[in-house]
Every structure is written in structure tokens, then in C-alpha cells.
Design a protein around this ligand. Structure first.
Ligand code: ADP
Ligand code: MG
Length: 256
């Protein structure tokens, strides 16, 4: 289990800047990002393509160091990837020769967890993401949405405190994406986590998040956040509510 201290931030970014340098050019990807994320919050980062969302998320997950500034995870400087921080990317990146279950158990197998225990945990997670009957399926036989469910189960395998989602449903068609949003709401309700999701979809940001932080175009800066005061637990029924429409309009205005 994760060691969540209720009133202590899980993740803090202080003056995070990222500049990519090569021999003859410099590209400023993230201009300045300061944010604090509390336990079990669901936070959205939204902005135009290329504005530095993925870069910022990678820094928040310890996958790359910032050029300036600092990230704290559970109060300590973040120095690299952590088991307590799970990632899901736009591409599921499943091992094509391993079935769904063995993709989920792979991190556990690599960590030396006995196979029987790994399989038990993997099965429970596939059940959680609605794939109980697909443990033996090969990735090529799964739809895009199902592959992302497997990736989500794999990201949950260490029971991380934080889940970082980088446009996890960005490659899916609109209807499948809506369905996955509903699934993610259900899973989050069942296994409370701190979640940061990167998206460029206004509807997705509003239906999922407690607050959404719009970003400017590159170099990305965080704009004033929008608090999403829709009641929880949420369902897709909210998509037709006046409050949802008002929040979506406010977010659209902020994105300009
Ligand atoms: P987003 O996720 O918002 O679409 P990214 O964070 O992927 O944006 O990229 C922000 C900018 O940084 C883009 O201009 C991209 O080309 C550039 N960039 C991203 N990763 C690298 C890298 N490893 N080396 C050089 N430039 C990069
Ligand atoms: Mg990106």
C-alpha cells in the first residue's frame, strides 16, 4: 500500500523548466511550471499539441530531470523513476508475444515476485479493468481500447500512489474514448489514486478531473486552473448537464 499522508502534497513542482539542447539549437519546451497535487486528486493538464505537456509529465514522473526547478514526491526530491508512480502512454506498448496477463505480470516477474503470486495479482487487475475473460488473449487480438486497459492494469501492478496518464485514450475513436473515460472514473472510484492526466480533449478533462490546468502554447506555461465542481461519483450522464457545459465553455475560453 502507498504511504499517503492526507495533508501533505504527493507531488510538487517548483519552477520546473525544460530546455532541450542540441549541438546548434535550443528548444524551450516548458517555460515555468509550479504546481502542488494533493493525495487522491484528479488533475488535468490540457493544451495544444507540442506545448510541453508530455515533457512536463515525464519530469513529474521522474523519467527525466528538469533543466531548472525541482520536483518533490511525497516531500522528497524526485531523482528518477519510482514504483509508486505508474505511467500510461498513448500507445499501449504491449509485448506482442506475451498474452494480456503476462504483460501485466511482466514488471512483477522482473522484480522476482513468484509467478503464482504475480498471476494472482495480474488477474485481479485485469478483472478491475474489465478484462477478466481476456487473460489469455494476445495483444494483436485486442482492440485499441482493450490494449489501453491492459496498459492501465500494468501501470497499477505495484499499487502506485500516483498514476500519470499521457493522452491514454488519444488514439481511440470518440465513442471508445467516452467509454474509457467512464471506466477510468469507475476504477478511480474503486482504487483511489492521485492522477494527473494529459489531454487535449476538453470533454475528457472536465468529466474526469477535480481541476484542470490549461497550458499556453510552447514554451508551456500553466494558466489559471479551473475547478471542476461536478459531483462524484460521476457518470457520462453529466455530459448533458448545464454545469458541465458551462465548465467546458470556461475551459475553451481559457485555451483561447
Ligand atoms: P506535447 O506533449 O504537449 O504535445 P511535448 O512535451 O511532447 O509536447 O513536446 C514539447 C516540445 O518539445 C515540442 O516542440 C517537441 O518537439 C520538443 N521535444 C520533446 N521531446 C524532445 C526531445 N527529447 N528532444 C528535443 N525536443 C523535444
Ligand atoms: Mg504529448
Amino acid at each position: 500500500m502507498s504511504t499517503v499522508v492526507p495533508d501533505q502534497p504527493v507531488l510538487t513542482a517548483q519552477g520546473v523548466q525544460v530546455t532541450f539542447s542540441s549541438a546548434n539549437s535550443q528548444l524551450e519546451a516548458v517555460a515555468e511550471a509550479t504546481l502542488t497535487v494533493m493525495p487522491n486528486e484528479f488533475v488535468g493538464l490540457i493544451g495544444p499539441s507540442g506545448c510541453g505537456k508530455s515533457t512536463l509529465l515525464r519530469v513529474l514522473g521522474g523519467l527525466m530531470p528538469p533543466s531548472a526547478g525541482e520536483v518533490l514526491f511525497e516531500g522528497q526530491p524526485l531523482r528518477g523513476p519510482q514504483r509508486k508512480i505508474g505511467f500510461v502512454f498513448q500507445k499501449a506498448n504491449l509485448m506482442p508475444w506475451r498474452n494480456a496477463l503476462r504483460n501485466v505480470t511482466l514488471p512483477l516477474e522482473l522484480a522476482g515476485v513468484p509467478l503464482a503470486e504475480a498471476r494472482e495479482r495480474g488477474r485481479a487487475l485485469l478483472e478491475l479493468v474489465g478484462l477478466a475473460d481476456f487473460c489469455d488473449a494476445q495483444p494483436r487480438d485486442l482492440s485499441g481500447g482493450m490494449q489501453q486497459r491492459v496498459a492501465l492494469a500494468r501501470a497499477l501492478v505495484y499499487d502506485p500512489a500516483v498514476l500519470l496518464l499521457d493522452e491514454p485514450f488519444g488514439a481511440l475513436d470518440a465513442l471508445t474514448r467516452e467509454k474509457m473515460n467512464a471506466e477510468l472514473l469507475r476504477i478511480w472510484q474503486a482504487r483511489r489514486k492521485t492522477v494527473i492526466i494529459v489531454t487535449h480533449d476538453i470533454q475528457e478533462a472536465v468529466i474526469l478531473c477535480d481541476r484542470v490546468i490549461p497550458m499556453t502554447s510552447r514554451p508551456g506555461r500553466l494558466k489559471e486552473e479551473i475547478i471542476v465542481d461536478l459531483p462524484r461519483p460521476r457518470s457520462l450522464d453529466l455530459l448533458t448537464s448545464p454545469r458541465f457545459s458551462a465548465l467546458a465553455a470556461e475551459l475553451r475560453r481559457s485555451l483561447g
